[in-house]
Design a protein around this ligand. Structure first.
Ligand SMILES: C[S@@+](CC[C@H](N)C(=O)[O-])C[C@H]1O[C@@H](n2cnc3c(N)ncnc32)[C@H](O)[C@@H]1O
Length: 298
């Protein structure tokens, strides 16, 4: 349904006074009001009231708006704009188009039709946890997982900081191996567990809430031949010795959540821990790193 916006522009103090007067006038009617700075340099503000085009008494509302301005608006004249009818649900989903990374297609429920025959499709709804595939760190990890799985199949993986569980699900679906997926945030662990169920990956993945490596599940499941951790540079650097200690001989590590400017510092911290750079993927300002226990593997 189209909306009508009645609006006027004024200086800061005048706009605040008009806005407060309109709040008094319309507070019982529930019409949305806004007072937004539209010109920072000249300190010009725009005060608006929004009403649906089919509001029964739209004409009367417009007259009340104009009357208020006559008394409290120093003769300011309102303007009227009809806003086009927008499908807000479709609009909000536009930013969440399916994401491809290697063979993986990460998509929401509304985009099941985008799945092609050879895709490994993972359905994730944007919600309470991080990891819809749209962020460069997640897509970097997915691409790196695809690359590693194609080169040498891992047998026992860890997804540290699982968020929505997207990387754990990708590993389970791609390599059909046991995955331990942990997160410091119990909400994320719950969301990830539900996502694994939706994506038919539950039987491969064990989810635990844990800060770093502080949980007995690591001792029960290590050593891992693939550790994926998309967290942030500083916590990753702190955890470098633990990551190394939980990695099997010949194992691989994929790290992300690292800004390009932090890449050298992260590589140094992990070199000190005995893990060596193999490859970097660049996604905008973010990098995803592949490290291994040997200097020489590709
Ligand atoms: C950037 S998100 C990554 C989510 C998902 N793995 C992805 O790639 O999209 C980082 C996740 O790590 C979790 N996290 C942060 N610090 C952690 C820690 N010390 N131990 C475990 N999880 C942690 C956060 O709660 C968050 O869910």
């Amino acid at each position: 349904m189209a909306q009508i916006r009645l609006h006027l522009s004024a200086g800061k103090a005048e706009a605040a006074r008009v806005f407060s007067s309109l709040e008094d006038e319309f507070e019982d009617d529930g019409f949305p009001l806004a007072n937004i700075e539209i010109d920072e340099a000249q300190k010009i503000y725009e005060v608006s009231v929004y009403l649906d085009e089919d509001t029964a008494d739209a004409g009367e509302v417009e007259q009340r708006f104009a009357r208020r301005l006559e008394t409290d608006g120093c003769g300011l004249r309102p303007q009227r704009e009809v806003l086009p009818d927008i499908d807000w649900v479709a609009k909000s989903l536009e930013g969440l188009k399916p994401v491809r990374a290697g063979r993986f297609l990460i998509h929401g429920r509304h985009d099941r039709s985008a799945v092609r025959p050879n895709d490994i499709a993972i359905e994730i709804e944007a919600g309470q946890a991080f990891g819809t595939g749209h962020h460069g760190t997640t897509s970097g990890c997915l691409t790196m997982i695809e690359h590693l799985c194609a080169a040498r199949a891992p047998a026992n993986a860890l997804d540290l900081g699982t968020g929505t569980g997207v990387l754990a699900i990708a590993l389970a679906r791609r390599a059909r191996i046991p995955v331990l997926a942990t997160d410091i945030d119990p909400v994320a662990t719950r969301v990830a567990r539900a996502n694994a169920r939706i994506n038919g990956a539950s039987r491969h993945i064990r989810f635990e809430t844990a800060a770093g490596f502080h949980h007995r599940c690591f001792a029960e499941r290590d050593p891992f031949d693939l550790i994926v951790a998309n967290i942030l540079a500083r916590p990753l650097m702190r955890m470098a010795p633990d990551i190394r200690a939980n990695l099997a001989a010949g194992g691989d590590v994929v790290l992300s959540g690292i800004l390009a400017t932090q890449r050298r510092a992260v590589l140094s911290a992990f070199r000190l821990a005995g893990l060596f750079h193999q490859r970097t993927l660049w996604r905008g300002e973010w990098v995803t790193l592949h490290l291994a226990r040997s200097r020489t593997r590709s």
